[in-house]
Design a protein around this ligand. Sequence first.
Ligand SMILES: Nc1nc(=O)c2c([nH]1)NC[C@@H]1CN(c3ccc(C(=O)N[C@@H](CCC(=O)O)C(=O)O)cc3)C=[N+]21
Ligand SMILES: [Mg+2]
Length: 291
Amino acid sequence: MIRLDGKQTSVALKNEIAEEVAKRKEQGLKQPHLAAILVGNNGASETYVANKVKACKEVGFKSSLIRYETSVSEEELLSRIDKINQDQDIDGLIVQLPLPDHISEEKVTERINPNKDVDGFHPQNMGRLALGSPCYVSATPHGIMELISRYNIETSGKKCVVIGRSNIVGRPMSILMSQKGIDATVTLCHSRTVGLKEICLEADIIIAALGKAEFLKADMVKEGATIIDVGITRVPSDKTKSGWKLLGDVDFENVAPKCSFITPVPGGVGPMTIASLLYNTLMSAKNEIYK
Ligand SMILES: Nc1nc(=O)c2c([nH]1)NC[C@@H]1CN(c3ccc(C(=O)N[C@@H](CCC(=O)O)C(=O)O)cc3)C=[N+]21
Ligand SMILES: [Mg+2]
């Protein structure tokens, strides 16, 4: 069993990005600049955004964190997005999800200039993804593809099961794994799937992205499978300093012995998500996607 070390791989990817940023600086080009909007004070969102800002520093990016109270109006948020869309210095804009109920995530996502949409959530980027055209690939799916490629995991002709059909992970993952050059045969499963266990038992690669702690058990996994765990659930724990521990969607302890490759939580997909966001921001600074 080989652990897919997202921490170490994200450092490698960040080093590549930092090197390119340094080179661009020598050429007199400006630093890439990521703006992040955070509404309210959801604990997990705070951590993720803090990690993103820290990672920007590590690679030599500029970052702007824009905070609003939970009570901010949708109108005010949208007009801030308009302003950032116009700001020549800002290359990438993300609005951390989830948003409070009175704000439409759909409206917010659609308001971001697709050219600065380094989350890849805008319909134009999602549409391009489906068509196989140049686009910003959302960070978690992009990070997973990087892990698969850097560990030389075979995908061609393999049976891939994606569990979870969210717009930000499951759906784009199913598109990426079936695209030309990757060539897996994909089954996209969800809460209404009948016979999930039998479907999983056939899989060479399972991507668990349903958001249920330790959902995928050893008796659902074929010997030698590759397991990608996207889940991240916080549960109270008196054994850790922070007072909680993180659980993935996979029962790691029992599943790992059966696998050829498996991502841990934490230290798997999470750090790759952050590095991929930086990658997309660099692409935007270079105008590589929308020339
Ligand atoms: N507009 C938007 N873009 C996102 O990319 C986005 C989002 N909203 N909303 C929530 C999800 C989740 N997400 C994670 C990012 C980093 C870690 C991460 O750093 N994980 C660490 C552990 C971090 C911890 O201690 O909690 C790890 O797995 O090792 C996890 C999850 C980005 N998301
Ligand atoms: Mg650009």
